[in-house]
Design a protein around this ligand. Sequence first.
Ligand code: PLP
Ligand code: ZN
Length: 402
Amino acid sequence: MPPIASLECARCHHHLDASEPRTLCPLCAGSLYVRYDMDALRASAQKPGPLAPPSMWRYADVLPAAGPVTLGEGWTPMLASRRYPNLWIKEEGANPTGTFKARGASLAVTMARRYGLRKLAVASAGNAAGALAAYAAAAGIEAHILMPQDVPLANYLEAKAYGAHVTLVDGLISDCGRILAERKEAEGWFDVSTLKEPFRVEGKKTMGYELVEQLGWTYPDAVFYPTGGGVGLIGMWKAFEEMEQLGWVSGKRPKMIGIQSSGCSPMARAYREGAGAARMFEHAATFASGLRVPKPYGDWILLEIVRASGGLILDYPDAEILRSLLDWSEREGLLLSPEGAAATAAYDHLLANGFLSPEDRCVLFNTGAGLKYVDTLARAMGLHLPAKLPERMPVGGIITPQ
Ligand SMILES: Cc1ncc(COP(=O)(O)O)c(C=O)c1O
Ligand SMILES: [Zn+2]
């Protein structure tokens, strides 16, 4: 595991040392990237061998030196579609807490423990909160969570079960972020919200390493990524840059295709308008709750990456996303998350309009397990059980806590 050479601001390229915990660039409030001495890494870093752990820590040679807080995240299946010969689903629902957020949380909590931080706080659309709660519990660190009161029930349940301090907010993730900023100093919280500290992106970059390794150290032609805050996409692009510098992959990088719901599509709108940043998306509402980010902090980074890759940012109505979700459940045996189904809807569309051909090798990220959305999907599908359950369920004489 290499030492961190510096933390570099994505906007003004100011370098900071990593000897103490950092959030944003002190000069311009830009997000920070972890940088290593790449000359030294070229000599020392090895591609994972047959004995490498079946987790994201197989890439320990390109992750910061620290004792991992791990629950077995990463090295998720790359599933070949049964219908489309050149399409793979990267099944991130197989992660602990059922989403790719586990990767970022694992590294952020690993580094928090290394720095001796005691209270971590996050503003989350839901899944990042569940992941932080799990890893904080594993590390014996406090997790303070602010999330919208209408998150999928699984997100509330997991955060409570892992013992996090949960504040449900009558609003969106942007309101959660504002409240967090107001309270963090008095509470002594360290903010690990999306792109407000360097290590969640660093953990998520392992998705880029994995997809290239799983395709035999080659790039696909396109990567489809459901985009909320954009961290997954930003992390993968960083991975591609590093792997090229290490000589682990070469050739044309994939087109990066970001997908949103039409109910909250600030990035797709900015992309269409040719803008350099996103405007606040008013009245955001979608059942793909992970995509309900009305003004992503890293909007400009995301736009730069997508354009540099020759990709697109698209959006689809929830009805079309649900149609694709059911199509994949019934015909491929995969219960995707609504976010993942936004990607499958986009694939159908881009094949139909000729942007992609059936020969193009494409990787679609199912960023979470469909079963994290039981209540959301039941509502969308008009399903309910006939039995009336008691308000509180006695469990072996113990009443479950609220
Ligand atoms: C299941 C799921 N997919 C995608 C996203 C969007 O993630 P990103 O911030 O990397 O764009 C989220 C974010 O909450 C999510 O929970
Ligand atoms: Zn800066």
